[in-house]
Design a protein around this ligand. Structure first.
Ligand code: ZN
Length: 266
């Protein structure tokens, strides 16, 4: 894409926003890449090394089964993942979405990311489909705690109440998606959206690509922001081949210049 057509496409997105009251953002590792997080694979796309030392695939090491059988191994890699997020700050793309929550009637974000950066940016309507690395829970009793990081934990950490292994509230390989989160998401999807944005995700999971397909069938506007071509690139009305922070900043700057920042909900 040359810079002229990228500029025109940003104008198209601004037009979409101007006629929208409800927005859905579907985000993946690409939105956190602008905060310096790796986007390789593993839970939440946060595992960055090509070959784990144990010679086992990362999908096996970070599985619910391995956590039960050899928690010290799973926790070694959970610790590395948390380390990758430690000190990360939300970027302009997270911040723009958070600001949009107060300028449109209804704004929701479905994220695959476990880094908590949407909430750090101040967004409230965030559905973390793969969980959040900072929320810990006991595998045996109701003990739960939210931590800023894992620096105070000795791995594998044990429950202060019952001594069982604790774990982060994230979806490990081979585990189900959180039912309550998905229910809330489908409630919102059923209510409909004026526009759906897919940002920084390759959309390999059906529950991530699906909403874009629903949007297309329902006649809602669709936008993809991703430097790469993905599974949903062919489906969207506007494809911006840009990084998330750059694109969202350009869109929001232009939108506010044209719409004088009047909240639509009043
Ligand atoms: Zn416990």
């Amino acid at each position: 894409m040359n810079s002229q057509s990228a500029k025109d496409d940003i104008g198209c997105v601004v037009d979409i926003l101007a006629r929208s009251r409800s927005l859905l953002f579907i985000t993946g590792a690409g939105i956190s890449a602008d905060s310096g997080l790796p986007t390789y694979r593993g839970i939440g796309g946060l595992y960055n090394a090509a070959h784990p030392e144990e010679g086992l695939p990362i999908e096996e090491l970070l599985s619910g089964e391995m956590l039960r059988r050899r928690p010290e191994l799973t926790w070694k890699y959970l610790g590395q993942i948390e380390q990758a997020t430690r000190g990360a700050r939300s970027n302009r793309a997270h911040q723009v979405i958070a600001e949009m929550e107060s300028c449109f009637e209804r704004v929701w974000t479905l994220t695959q990311n476990i880094d908590g950066l949407h909430r750090q940016a101040g967004a409230k309507n965030v559905l973390e489909v793969h969980g959040n690395v900072h929320n810990l829970l006991c595998t045996q009793c109701p003990w739960r705690q939210t931590v800023a990081d894992y620096s105070g934990l000795s791995l594998p950490p044990r429950c202060p109440r019952c001594q069982a292994i604790i774990r982060p509230a994230v979806v490990l390989f081979g585990e189900m998606l959180p039912g309550e989160t998905m229910e809330r998401f489908y409630e919102q999807l059923d209510a409909g959206f004026d526009a759906v944005f897919s940002i920084g995700t390759t959309s390999v999971f059906p529950y991530i690509a699906g909403p874009v397909e629903v949007a297309r069938r329902s006649g809602w506007a669709t936008v993809e922001i991703n430097p790469a071509v993905t599974r949903v690139s062919r489906l969207v009305d506007v494809k911006l081949s840009l990084r998330a922070a750059e694109a969202m900043d350009a869109i929001w700057t232009r939108y506010r210049a044209c719409n004088s920042g009047q909240p639509k909900s009043v």
